[in-house]
Design a binder for this molecule. Structure first.
Ligand code: PBG
Length: 325
């Protein structure tokens, strides 16, 4: 007799203690990567209107934010730079004295044990806002590679622990890997934005980083949201070219993709929980329509459950705070 002819699944849900014993997925501080927007100038601590709780910081005020991230027990952050000038080939991106390079050096000096990741792209630094150089209205792949490789090397020189290229040009991992190796940075890993969709969820980031393309869109280099096999092809070539981590971006509308990549790759996977995904939750919570803390935790679990090892999220500080409580 087992109490009937059906299974009693509820036995394992009887108490908090038993539920804790059988929980399959966990979110911990070590999973989190906190984004940081650093802007050239002075006295800047400006909240991004579409991203409540997220600020642009100038270097003179940046220590405060980095200190808080460290105090909360977060072990990694990613730096996005907003330069004061732009040009057609994005030269402030590979200036050894550029905003990302200076921010990285400053943070590493103050927090040597914090893992500092540099986002490697040209779109914040080009006057047309594209992630590569534009030639006759076309985003030129190969000429862009050289500039991206230069950017990565100069970020590594500044002390970046990990290079995170987000530009979606073909061959960018190989170009950056060989440039880093040649410059003596064989030990610096590449966290590749391997699978990056042309998503409407990046809207608030483009406000924050002033990186919206002035003409056209990013559909000739970022992926079509309708495609799933293409994500496998992108991830496979980045792995072959030497990527050390694979990012899937955005995350929440692409949990199937995270699972596909997990099933076919053995590299660590990063889910990029993007700006629009953050803004939606903040807006609903501000209206009192959802329980923000519970919803955020559930979202984090969903990315881990789908197969992500790490989560890059604007909620990083909020989550670290609630994990501390
Ligand atoms: C730059 C870059 C973007 C994001 C991260 N790096 C914008 C884009 O591709 O348009 C978006 C991040 C977010 O929405 O949180 N290439």
């Amino acid at each position: 007799m087992n109490g009937g002819s059906f299974r009693r699944h509820r036995r394992l849900r009887t108490s908090a203690g038993i539920r804790n014993m059988v929980r399959e997925t966990h979110v911990q501080k070590e999973d989190l990567i906190a984004p940081l927007f650093v802007k050239e100038g002075e006295g800047i601590q400006t909240e991004v209107p579409s991203m409540p709780g997220v600020y642009q910081w100038s270097l003179d005020l940046l220590d405060e934010e980095a200190d808080e991230i460290v105090a909360l027990g977060i072990q990694a952050l990613i730096v996005f730079g907003i330069p004061s000038s732009k040009d057609s080939c994005g030269s402030p991106a590979y200036d050894d004295n550029g905003i990302v390079q200076r921010a990285v050096a400053q943070i590493k000096e103050r927090h040597p044990d914090l893992t500092v990741i540099a986002d490697t792209c040209l779109c914040q630094f080009t006057d047309h806002g594209h992630c590569g150089v534009v030639d006759n209205g076309i985003i030129a792949n190969d000429p862009s590679l050289e500039l991206l490789a230069k950017t990565a090397v100069s970020q590594a020189k500044a002390g970046a622990d990990i290079i995170a290229p987000s530009n979606m040009m073909d061959g960018f991992v190989q170009a950056i890997r060989s440039a880093l190796d040649e410059a003596g940075f064989v030990h610096v890993p590449i966290m590749s934005y391997a699978v990056k969709y042309a998503s409407a969820f990046y809207g608030p980031f483009r406000d924050a980083a002033h990186s919206a393309p002035s003409k056209g869109d990013r559909k000739t280099y970022q992926m079509d949201p309708a495609n799933r096999l293409e994500a496998q092809r992108e991830a496979a070539s980045d792995e072959e070219e030497g990527a050390d981590f694979l990012i899937v971006k955005p995350a929440l509308s692409y949990l199937d993709i995270i699972r596909d990549i997990r099933n076919h790759h053995r590299l660590p996977i990063v889910a990029y929980n993007v700006s629009g995904e953050y803004a939606m939750i903040k807006a609903a919570a501000a209206n009192g329509w959802i329980d923000e803390e519970a919803v955020v935790y559930e979202k984090m679990l969903s990315m881990k459950r789908a197969g992500a090892d790490l989560i890059l999220t604007y909620f990083a500080k909020d989550i670290a705070r609630s994990l501390t409580r």
